[in-house]
Design a protein around this ligand. Structure first.
Ligand code: ADP
Ligand code: ADP
Length: 237
């Protein structure tokens, strides 16, 4: 079953057509990587999947974009609810300047996912465990998140995203600001998360696409040029 069904998707910034007629299905629990040169539209495309572009005044999205058969751009769609279902992790780790605990508890609090403190504690712990961070932070949940290493901050941002039980996690070059060891940890995490979530990742690295994705899609000048099984792209005949 398709998680996303996209038909003739176009994204404009004013007169500039940044995404040109993209049609694609993204399957539930697949990891699909988007690669291509800088400025080819990868971020714009990714942001159209949870309406992150809504805040850009000049931006218009056209075509069919369905999530589980529902129109993402239906005016009745609650965008806050949509962004819980389709979470996003950014290039630069951007934890709130709050405690580690409060970063992860933020979404569940807003969405009313926990009635009692003990329920919230459970969500925070399980999210940090899923992000591979629990053992590193369990004794300092009250410490400020911005004091962590970059790699830890990025895994905290992943924990914050999954704390609201999304169906999809969008990742925009999630390792570009990280050192090689932190990158390897996040890549390992992506492989684990793919058991439970649909993951759409933008990367400029073919090697990263090869390591983490099931399918690789190429953008060039706003066109989706090719989509292939990653194993066939990177395996010599
Ligand atoms: P990246 O290639 O990592 O997406 P960019 O440098 O292209 O980073 O973009 C950084 C920010 O600037 C993004 O928020 C993007 O939306 C915005 N941006 C990019 N191009 C333009 C533009 N022509 N006009 C206004 N904002 C832009
Ligand atoms: P990529 O992520 O592949 O680097 P982007 O999606 O950031 O590409 O940019 C695609 C095109 O859209 C570029 O021409 C860029 O300048 C333009 N663009 C991106 N963000 C904005 C924005 N906020 N306002 C105007 N143009 C933008």
């Amino acid at each position: 079953d398709a998680k996303f069904k996209l038909r003739d998707v176009e994204v404009f910034y004013g007169e500039n057509r940044a995404i040109k007629s993209v049609s694609l299905d993204i399957a539930t629990n697949e990891v699909i990587a988007f690669i291509g040169p800088s400025g080819c539209g990868k971020s714009t495309f990714l942001r159209s999947l949870n309406r992150m572009n809504d805040s850009v005044e000049s931006c218009r999205v056209k075509g069919t974009l369905e999530l589980d058969g529902q129109d993402l751009y239906d005016p009745r769609q609650d965008v806050v609810e949509l962004r819980a279902r389709v979470g996003m992790v950014f290039q630069k780790p951007n934890p709130f300047p709050k405690s580690i605990y409060d970063n992860v508890a933020y979404g569940p609090r807003i969405h009313g996912l926990a009635n009692r403190k003990s329920d919230l504690d459970d969500i925070v712990e399980s999210s940090l465990r899923k992000a591979g961070l629990w053992d590193e932070v369990k004794d300092r949940l009250d410490a400020t998140a911005t004091g962590m290493s970059g790699g830890q901050q990025q895994r905290l941002c992943i924990a914050r995203t999954i704390a609201v039980s999304p169906e999809v996690v969008l990742m925009d070059e999630p390792c570009s600001a990280l050192d090689p060891i932190a990158t390897a940890k996040v890549e390992e995490l992506i492989a684990e998360l793919s058991q439970s979530y649909t993951i759409v990742i933008v990367t400029h690295s073919m090697q990263q696409a090869a390591r983490v994705s099931h399918r690789t899609a190429y953008f060039h000048l706003g066109h989706l040029v090719e989509v292939n099984d990653t194993s066939t792209v990177f395996t010599a005949p």
